[in-house]
Design a protein around this ligand. Structure first.
Ligand code: PLP
Length: 428
């Protein structure tokens, strides 16, 4: 058994002074029935805990570390940037440079506003969409996560579209009564839900927060068609997919131009950043240009902009990065599938480009209900076995694993071997 005593004692201490001992719930490792690792340092593809254990890291800080931990170029850029100060509260050139890079890469974004997290990006985009259309309701999809703002913490209640329930205490019913919850990949659920008061539809163009579920081509095309016909703002939440699936994100891969796009994670290179953008007429609503208020003391922070720009620049200069990430994902998928077959098991793997999830279910996973058939207890066992073998995967079934360019062929091979051992153990 791996020694994780210091992590455990740190967790016990943390629980006394931080709710649940963590600053974001999934980090408590609660749904995989263990306690978290506490990190000492990270480098390249690896993360090291306070007990001195080394793990191959498939969390990659939930997405931003596309070049792995402590990438030399990004680190040097950070050191260079900090020489010029940490925050100004008045405009700086790097903010303009970042906006130029985003607007160049996403035709849907003629203008962009920086914020500090994905939550802020989606919350603000929705406010702008409402301000622009003068309509109240929004549509989201069950299983898609867009951060923790009140109107998005909602799930459909008892199979009806009309009586939704908040997914958190502290969110009054009144706050979610204008959020309609639809079924991902099911265009009829949208058709049924649309009325004259829908301001926006917000969607993860490839779902990553129910595990990876890709949309059918027809669903995406129809969604764009209907929203355009009905003057509904289509918001792509590309907080995970933006600059990760390709430089132009899911918008580019599906060749679909949404009306607004939300970003996070990657564009900050690992510092807290988000952004939302859209066509000029829509973004013209944002204050001080228009009457939709949205602000942020630390928004466009120069350090975050500098390493975000460096990250995007590296991606732009090396388009092979996307091939590299996808090749790693393909190899892993192939290896996992062979293991599943060799062990006479029947689990499902969903992969879309470099986004991938292993579901502990016999059912094909195309809808949120399919995701729900996954055996989370098996996932917990699997997680713990992988951890014992020095591999860190997301401590929850309904997430994607994140590849980074620092991972080597050997790392992928080792992961396939560890996956075999873990599945064999589960099967015993
Ligand atoms: N949107 C998506 C698709 C996400 O995956 C997340 C976070 O994981 C968010 C929004 C919220 O971002 P943040 O955690 O930066 O507030």
């Amino acid at each position: 058994m791996m020694n994780r005593e210091l992590s455990l004692s740190t967790f016990e201490h943390a629980k006394k002074i931080i709710p649940g001992g963590v600053n974001s719930p999934v980090r408590a490792f609660g749904s995989v029935d263990t306690f978290p690792i506490f990190v000492q340092k990270a480098n390249g593809a690896y993360i090291y805990d306070v007990d001195g254990n080394k793990y191959l890291d498939y969390i990659s800080s939930w997405g931003p570390l596309i070049f792995g931990h402590n990438d030399e170029d990004i680190k040097s850029e950070f050191i260079k940037a900090i020489e010029n100060g940490i925050t100004y509260g008045v405009p700086s050139y790097v903010e303009v440079e970042m906006a130029q890079m985003i607007t160049d890469a996403y035709p849907a974004c003629e203008m962009v506003r920086m914020v500090n997290s994905g939550t802020e990006a989606t919350m603000s985009a929705i406010r702008v969409a409402r301000g622009y259309t003068g309509k109240k309701k929004i549509i989201k999809f069950e299983g898609c996560y867009h951060g923790h703002s009140d109107s998005l913490l909602v799930k459909s209640g008892s199979g009806t579209l009309t009586f939704n329930t908040p997914t958190s205490l502290g969110v009054p019913d009144e706050f979610i009564k204008n959020t309609v919850v639809c079924r991902y990949n099911d265009i009829n659920s949208i058709i049924d839900a649309i009325d004259d008061d829908i301001a926006a539809v917000i969607i993860e163009p490839v779902a990553g927060n129910m595990g990876v579920v890709a949309p059918s081509e027809n669903f995406m095309k129809e969604l764009r068609k209907i929203t355009r016909q009905k003057n509904i703002i289509l918001i792509f939440d590309e907080v995970i997919t933006g600059f990760r699936l390709s430089y132009g994100g899911a918008s580019q891969i599906f060749n679909i131009e949404p009306d607004m796009v939300c970003f996070g994670k990657i564009i900050g290179g690992g510092l807290p950043v988000g952004a939302y953008g859209g066509h000029k007429d829509i973004m013209g609503m944002v204050s001080p240009l228009g009457k939709v208020y949205q602000a942020g003391t630390l928004s466009g922070n120069p350090l975050a902009m500098s390493i975000g720009i460096k990250t995007l620049q590296k991606l732009k200069d090396n388009p092979k990065v996307y091939e590299d990430l996808e090749q790693k994902a393909i190899k892993l998928e192939k290896g996992f599938k062979e293991n599943i077959k060799r062990l006479n098991l029947d689990f499902k793997i969903n992969r879309f480009h470099s986004m991938m999830s292993l579901f502990f279910t016999q059912k094909e996973v195309n809808y949120y209900e399919d995701v729900q058939t996954s055996d989370v207890k098996l996932y917990a066992k699997y997680f713990k076995s992988m951890l014992e073998q020095n591999i860190l995967i997301p401590p929850a079934q309904f997430e994607a694993i994140f590849f980074n360019t620092a991972m080597s062929e050997e790392d992928i091979k080792y992961t396939i071997k560890a996956n075999y051992n873990a599945l064999e153990m589960i099967n015993a």
